[in-house]
Each structure stands twice: as structure tokens, then as C-alpha cells.
Design a protein around this ligand. Sequence first.
Ligand SMILES: NC(=O)c1ccc[n+]([C@@H]2O[C@H](COP(=O)([O-])OP(=O)(O)OC[C@H]3O[C@@H](n4cnc5c(N)ncnc54)[C@H](O)[C@@H]3O)[C@@H](O)[C@H]2O)c1
Length: 277
Amino acid sequence: MRRPAGRPGGRLAGRVALVTGAASGIGAATARRLAAEGALVGVADLWAAGARRVAERIRSAGGTACALRCDVSQEAEVKATVSELTASFGPLDVLHSNAACLDRDVYGRDRDLLDLAVEVWDRTMAVNVRGAMLMVKHTVPAMRDGGAIVLTSSVSGLVGATDHAAYGTSKSALTGLVRYVATMYGSRGIRCNAIAPGLVMTDAAREAMPPERLAEKAAERLLPWPAEPDDVAALAAFLVSDEARCVTGQTIVLDSGTTAHRPEHAIRAWERAKLDR
Ligand SMILES: NC(=O)c1ccc[n+]([C@@H]2O[C@H](COP(=O)([O-])OP(=O)(O)OC[C@H]3O[C@@H](n4cnc5c(N)ncnc54)[C@H](O)[C@@H]3O)[C@@H](O)[C@H]2O)c1
């Protein structure tokens, strides 16, 4: 089968990529970035209209993309999504498994562990962990040797917090999954890494966070600026490119320095900066 051409000349020219959770936020930014770098992109999401909108935006910018409706927690849907994408664009080169359950009635109810409803834990694990595993399970056989996988984890999977234990534990599991996938398929040249973002200023994060919470987050960082979705997309594009050909099995933190220090050190640095002004 003749592969449709992606944008010529880019770092990912002609590569076939699947991005999940791509209807909004980080996934949409990555889908757009991979397409801008020449990849042919499958924009997969549970939210079909959002995925169609992102795919249309990519096409109107001169890129190649198709929208795919998929619940990543359902094996039959994952299998069908991979088949549909490879039938349109050919064997896969790139997977960015990025979908996570951030719904108000799941993530929003993931508070104190002692009150946690079992269905909140189960849905979180089904989407965030089983979904990533199913994506790997069905994309690796459809991947050309030398393919690259990126999972979106979170700093919540690396440090503790007083809420969101189900979410944080699901993201910790991805750090393990990355190492297993990198080990199992490294001999085929397939690489697998994770990105662990801190706060990323998606539209949803901007809407959901009151100014006092944003100020708290700012005080935790070493850098004055939080990450934008495009910052995560840039790292994902690097990780799936040949420039990262020796990087595998890693979880790379992208958090403006939030977890790089003991908290009291940042607090002191911010206080000093206030006195100096
Ligand atoms: N925004 C942040 O501050 C931040 C920080 C750390 C990690 N993350 C991670 O980044 C990733 C993207 O999050 P975001 O902030 O862009 O949020 P978002 O809500 O904008 O994007 C998540 C997308 O996943 C989709 N989705 C949810 N359940 C799905 C399912 N079962 N199957 C397929 N798609 C599904 C949603 O429809 C949505 O489009 C997530 O893995 C999240 O945990 C985000």
C-alpha cells in the first residue's frame, strides 16, 4: 500500500503516529506538533467531536490527520482503532498514550483514600493503566521496527499528596510499564519513555484553578513559569524522533522544577526574591 505523504522535510516526515486523549489539552498539542513535524496522525479520543475538530485543524494547517473515536479502556475499541489507522496510513511508527480519566465524577471524587469509592479506583486504573497497556499491546505488533512510544505520566506518580491517590498510583504504574515495554521490545529497536508533567496550563486547568491555588503552585516551582501544553508536545516530539534514539525506559520530569528540591528551599528563595524587589 502506498503511504499517504505527511508534511515533507520535517523531523517526523512520513511517520505514522497515534495520539490518545488527543481531543484537548496536551494530547491535542502533541497531535498538532507531530503533524507539523511531518507525521501522519491518528487523533484518538473518547470525545469524538473534539477529535474531529483537532484533526480538521491539523488538515487546515496543511498536515495529515484522521479522527478516531476510542475508549482506551476497551480492548475491542483499541484493536479497531489501531486497525483503522493502519488501514488508512500504513504501519505505525509512533504511539503517544496520553488519555487519562480526569472527569469530575472520577478524578473529582478521588480525594481521601479512606472515603474512596471502589468504582473511582477501578475506572481510574481502567483508563490510565489498562488503557496504556492495551494501546501498547495492540500498537507494538502494528509497529515498524524502530518505533517509539511515549506515555503521559505525572509528577503525581513520583511524589505523594493528600488527595488523588488513585490517580497518583495509576501514574506510578506507568513508570513501571515504561521499563517493561522498553525491555521487552528494545531488541526490535522500539523505544518507550514517559513524560511526567507537573502543572500544565491547559484550558481545563486554567478554568479549574482559582487564583490562590495558582499562587500556591507558583511558590512550589523553581522557575517563574508553568508548563504549557506545547512544552509537553515539544518533549514528546523529541522523544519519538531519531534524535532520542538512545533514550529508552525513562520517565522524564517536565515540571519547571517543582519536584527538584526540598519544598523549604523554594519557599526561602521566593521570600529572598520578594525582599530584593
Ligand atoms: N494538565 C496537567 O496539569 C497535567 C499534569 C500532569 C499530567 N497530566 C496528564 O496529561 C494527560 C493529558 O491531560 P490534559 O491535562 O491534557 O487533560 P484533558 O482533559 O485536556 O485531556 C484528556 C483527554 O483524554 C480523553 N479521555 C478521557 N478518558 C478517555 C478514554 N477512556 N479513552 C480515550 N480518551 C479519553 C478526554 O476526552 C480528553 O480529551 C493525562 O494523562 C493527564 O493525566 C496533565
